[in-house]
Ligand binder design. Sequence first.
Ligand SMILES: *Cc1c(COP(=O)(O)O)cnc(C)c1O
Length: 450
Amino acid sequence: MPQTKFLLDESEIPKHWYNVVADMPNPPTPPLGPDGQPIGPEALTPIFPMALIEQEVSAERWIPIPEPVREAMRLYRPSPLMRAHRLEAMLGTPAKIYYKYEGVSPAGSHKVNTAIPQAYYNQQAGIKRLSTETGAGQWGSAISFAGNMFGLEVRVFMVRVSYDQKPFRRSMMQTWGGKVFASPSMETQTGRDVLAKDPNNPGSLGMAISEAVEEAASREDTNYALGSVLNHVLLHQTIIGLEAKKQFEKAGDYPDMVFAPCGGGSNFGGVAFPFFADKAAGKNVRLVAVEPASCPTLTKGTYAYDFGDTAGLTPMMKMYTLGSNFMPPSIHAGGLRYHGDSPLVSQLYHEGLIEAVSVHQLATFEAGVTFARAEGIIPAPESNHAIRACMDEALRCKQTGEKKTLFFNLSGHGHFDMASYDKYFAGQLDDHSYPEELLQASLANLPKVD
Ligand SMILES: *Cc1c(COP(=O)(O)O)cnc(C)c1O
C-alpha cells in the first residue's frame, strides 16, 4: 500500500528557525521612520520586546527555538505531510500532489506557529497585555490561544465587517480569554476619529492595525503583536517548511513546485523559505505565491515604500503594495485582503527568485470543494487559492504527461467559513477583479521617499 501520511516524532520538531536573509543575494531594505531615514531597533521598543526586534533585524541563518516554545507546540506539531492520492486519481494527473496540513493547530491555522513564540517572548520581557488586529479572525484566535498559555491579556481589534459576519470566531477568542472590539472602535483616538466622520465605517485591516499600535504605543504594560508581514513572523513560520523537508526525505521525494496562499506572506515564506535555501545552493525548485485577483498585491501592485496601516503610524517598509488606503472588495478569503506584502517576499519576488499568480474567487471555491470531496478536509477559503494553483499545474501535467512533484501548504481548515461555502453553493459569490480606478487613486497617495 502506498503511504498517505508522512509523520514526524515530537522529538523531530525543529530546534532552530531558518532565516532566509542569510541566503538572499542582497541585504533586506531597511524600514524608514517619518523623516524618511532608516529606523534603528530602538524605534520599535515601545511596541515589541527586544528578543523579537533582534530577530527582525538578524542575518543569522539559524535561530534557536526556545525550549518552552517547542514544548507548547507539542500540542499540535509536528503537522502531517499528506500525499493526495485520491485527488491525483480524481484529476487523472500523472503528477504527485503533497500537502502540509496546518489546520491541526488549536486555532485551526498556521498562525499559531508565530503566536506561541510572540506570547512567550513578551511574557519573558514582563509584558502583561498584547494588543492586535484581526481581519477574518484567524490571527485573533491564534494569539488569544497563545496569550492564555503564557498568562497574557489579549485585546483584539476585529475589522467591523468580520465582527458582524463571523460571530463564532469572536466566541473562540473569548473562550481563550481574549477581549474583542469591533474596529473602528471607541477605544482609541484613531477609531474615534474615523467614527466621528463615518459612524458606519466597515473597517479594514490597515485601520485595525492603527488602533492596536496606538494602544500598544501608549501603554507601558502593553505590546503589539502582528500575525504576518514582518521578518520575525516569517522566521517563526519556517517551522512548516523545515518539517516538510524532513518529511519529503522520509517519502523519498522532493517538490518541483511549492504553492502557498499569500496575504501578508507568512505561510508562503514559512513553507517556501527552507526550500529557497536549497534553491540558493543550486537546486531547481519553483516557489509560487498565490493571491486573490481582487487584492493582487504582488502581481499588480507597485514595489515602493509604504505604511503598514491606514493612519501611517507604522514605519514605512519597501514592499509590493496597493496603497495603504486601498479597500479590497469583501471577498471571503478575509485573510488575504491586505494592501501590502512581506518585505522579504516582496524583495525576492522583485529579484525574480520566486513567482506569483492570482486566481479568481469562484475558481478557488471550486478547487476547495473538489479537494474536500477527494481528501475529506474542508479547507479555509485562503488555502483554496493554493489548491487552485496546484490543481491547475496538475491538470497541465495531465496534458503533457509530466510526472512533477507538486506541494502546497494547506494553511488552515474552513470550519468557521461554512457560511461562505453556503454562499458559493447558492450562487451568491462572484469574481471581483481589482477596481482599477480605486487602485490608481490609492497608489497616488503613496508616501514620497527617495
Ligand atoms: C491568515 C491566513 C492566510 C494568509 O496569511 P499569510 O500572512 O499570507 O500567511 C492563509 N491561510 C489561512 C488559513 C490564514 O488564516
